[in-house]
Write a new protein. Sequence first.
Length: 317
Amino acid sequence: MLIVRLFALLIGFCAALPVWAQEQVHVGVYVNDIPKVDLASNSFTLDAFIWFRWTDPELNPAQTMEFMNPFEGWDSTAKPVFDAPQQLDDGSYYMSVRYQGYFSTPLPLTQYPFDSQALRIVIEDSHANVDEQIYVPDDQPVVVNPAVNLSDYRLGVPSLTVANQTYPTQFGDTTMTGPESYSRATVTIPLHRPSITYGIKVIFPIFIILSCAALALWLHPGHSEARVGLVVTALLTLVALQLTALPQVNYLIMMDWVFFIAYLYVLLTLAQVVRSHWIVRVRDEDLAVGLDRRAFALLSGGFLLTFCGILVAAQGG
């Protein structure tokens, strides 16, 4: 029985050895600048300092770290702040790298202009797996330069999270016994648009154009040419606004649906103008005027209700 117990203790001791050998690398990021956020290419440029702190003198995480979401890596630079890792008073080692380059990150615009985005920087060690090394967020993991200013967005509270990434492959390496996991640090910088500003810039002009089209229903039905000209001008202005005010993406966004119901509003207004014209031809002006007023109320109410429904659906999605 004693031999069995000693054998079990030996097995437990051996199983614990990899855990003791696991190096904890403290990581932190200082975001110096975000020069550009490119919605068309789903990328952004970053100027940041990334620092590491560890205890094993045989390691240098600043040399073996790798970005997992680079974009146009040929135009990126990584400059170590020091020639070699610096030993601190507590015996640990410290190294910082200034990185300037491009990162790829999803930037969905389905809720434009009320969309929120998240810029992400994903870091992994290219050599050590989780049995050898793991990342740990530093005491102050992410700091953003207060001078950073994005004209289209407002910055949220950044964060740094660490998780294990397991690759379901051995990458053709026959010496590996199975898939391995690597510690992955993800820096997230949330962004959101100023709703009032973009509501005035993008949505308010649509209401102005529709108001001009609606005025055609308040002109006397006998002025057919002026009424048709007013509605057609509103329609052409809507088309020009959609082509110039919206981001060019290959999928439908919330504002595309808003423009769709705006087009429907203008086309139905034009149909009512034509209808009133033919009613006046049989000299029933009072009927034509009454129909114009009812069409105005129905079309305006329908547009507002549908517009509110689109906003609610977009926020819910």
